[in-house]
Design a protein around this ligand. Sequence first.
Ligand SMILES: NC(=O)c1ccc[n+]([C@@H]2O[C@H](COP(=O)([O-])OP(=O)(O)OC[C@H]3O[C@@H](n4cnc5c(N)ncnc54)[C@H](OP(=O)(O)O)[C@@H]3O)[C@@H](O)[C@H]2O)c1
Length: 272
Amino acid sequence: MVIGFIGAGKMARALAVGLVQGGITSDQNLLCSSRSAESGKTFLSLFPSPGARWTGDNVQLVRESDLIILALKPQQFPDALPAVREASAGKLFLSLAAGLTLEKIGAWLHPTARVIRAMPNTPMQIGAGASVFTGGPHVRDKDYELIERILSASGRAWRVEEKQIDAITALSGSGPAYLFHFIDALIQGGVALGLPEKLTHALALQTVLGSAQLAAQSTLSPLELAAQVKSPRGTTLAGCDVLEKDNALNDLIARCLTAAKNRAEALARGES
Ligand SMILES: NC(=O)c1ccc[n+]([C@@H]2O[C@H](COP(=O)([O-])OP(=O)(O)OC[C@H]3O[C@@H](n4cnc5c(N)ncnc54)[C@H](OP(=O)(O)O)[C@@H]3O)[C@@H](O)[C@H]2O)c1
């Protein structure tokens, strides 16, 4: 099966590496296209030569591929997709774009094209992504199985309803950036307490990593795990009191998710 990527940027590279490392396909079956040969070169450099191939011609890519992964920025779709409309008849597409509905993507392609829309996130680059996917009218069961295997090669994947995607974009699509901010705040807070930056950086990262792994492996809920370390009159309780006072942390995160979801809905309505 030939898998073609229209767009050879960060998400395309992350998925392509997962596909080869996960044994879904070999690099000889990968094709990519981009506007500049430069980003094609970066994609190809991930694989030993001769492996994956690059083309500057999206129509040729669609004709040669059994599955076409749309790894373009949402605003680049109107330039790229109309030209491949005829070649897209009956083909399977996977879009990674935030805010572009199945209806909108389908309207650029041939009416018989099978379109699945996914929302991945950047930890996919290290095989630890959280992805969801949902499909349009012509999608077959075996298409869903294929896409689940492809996304699972770079982390974990769930099939969802399209009406959930904007909220999921706000949660797991944008979530890595919230956590990077949280890690940075831990580092800055540690340095403000007089700790050396290098040590603070390492401690903050290991604390977040270890806590996520503990929460993932435990049968207890996150709040039960927190309660286990909050001894009466202890240091953790003193710290958590600040986060929990007037529901401060939960309110902040709720506002953050709502803002991101509103933005995803605005993009879906076609606002720039
Ligand atoms: N990054 C994230 O956190 C994240 C998370 C979830 C979903 N996504 C989605 O994943 C998609 C890709 O994002 P990204 O971060 O990988 O973008 P990116 O790094 O900017 O890559 C975009 C690629 O598209 C190529 N391209 C642009 N116009 C083209 C055209 N007409 N024909 C062929 N190729 C074209 C670009 O080529 P040139 O470099 O030559 O211009 C580039 O290789 C986006 O829709 C985004 O919403 C991203």
